[in-house]
Design a protein around this ligand. Structure first.
Ligand SMILES: C[S@@+](CC[C@H](N)C(=O)[O-])C[C@H]1O[C@@H](n2cnc3c(N)ncnc32)[C@H](O)[C@@H]1O
Length: 257
């Protein structure tokens, strides 16, 4: 007789990308799952740590690719919990940082299915950190502000203005496509010499990082592939990146030519 599976859902943070930056608890949940529903920024290397016999369904929402609507994802989670038992909903970074986890939890729980959360290492912290960019630094920055640049309707979030007016390190997610508009907006409030970093595929083998100032990032825009998601960091803490020092020498040399 076929064993009846009790439906349950674990919302698991996968970490920023590198397969060894998931938590031990997260990996355990993956290995115990009956089925995995995973996001766009989850690496194949991480999925390969799970038995081939565990079904894995891609439910990513990346621009330019087939994109799943949030309602469809919610329905898939519930259907698969009733069909397979333990669903692991694997989400990039931490489930509660721009992850719409609350919508999934509310929907799943409305069917009486229990949900547990396994926190993940958010890209907001770990991607700058892996580049050696501190979020806070004594005497330089005493806070950081993690934000998205745009609201649902595409307009700039008021937070972008307020953060620009503060002395906080700004960490902007989902902003690479609007990099130039963001730089123009921030430049209204911050000095043009303020350092900025754009980090893509952070913590992974193809990680890349462009370092500049608000003033000269415009000249580097062609080196950034805007089809890849990335994190923008704006603040004096970025000056600690070794590339900033090299760039600074070039800037000084050029100012004498
Ligand atoms: C929908 S948000 C989800 C964030 C996620 N919950 C977290 O805590 O990292 C996706 C955004 O996170 C950022 N992101 C996630 N992983 C990244 C990585 N490995 N490198 C650079 N940016 C990343 C990008 O700004 C991307 O557009």
């Amino acid at each position: 007789m076929k064993e009846e599976k009790t439906p349950k859902v674990s919302l698991v943070g996968a970490g920023p990308g590198s397969e060894d930056l998931i938590t031990i608890r997260g990996l355990r949940a993956l290995q115990e799952a009956d089925i995995i529903l995973y996001d766009a920024l989850v690496s194949n290397e991480l999925l390969s740590k799970v038995s081939e016999s565990t079904p894995k369904i891609y439910v990513g929402k990346r621009c330019g690719e087939h994109s799943f609507k949030q309602n469809d994802i919610n329905t898939l989670i519930v259907e698969n919990a009733f069909k397979h038992g333990h669903v692991v909903r694997l989400k990039g970074g931490d489930p509660f940082v721009f992850g719409r986890a609350n919508e999934e939890i509310e929907y799943v729980e409305s069917f009486g299915i229990p949900v547990s959360i396994v926190p993940g290492i958010s890209s907001a912290l770990s991607v700058p950190s892996s580049q050696g960019i501190p979020m806070t630094q004594r005497g330089i920055s005493s806070s950081f502000w993690v934000m998205t640049a745009t609201k649902r309707d595409g307009s700039f979030s008021e937070d972008l203005k307020f953060a620009s007016q503060s002395s906080a390190t700004m960490v902007i997610l989902m902003g690479v496509r609007k990099l130039m508009e963001i730089v123009r907006e921030v430049s209204k409030y911050r000095e043009s010499s303020m350092p900025i970093a754009v980090i893509q595929n952070g913590t992974m083998k193809n990680e890349c990082c462009v370092i500049a100032t608000l003033n000269d990032i415009l000249h580097k825009k062609n080196t950034i592939d805007v089809s890849n998601p990335g994190i923008i960091v704006i603040g004096n803490v970025v000056a600690g990146h070794p590339a900033f020092f090299e760039e600074e020498i070039q800037r000084v040399l050029h100012s004498y030519i």
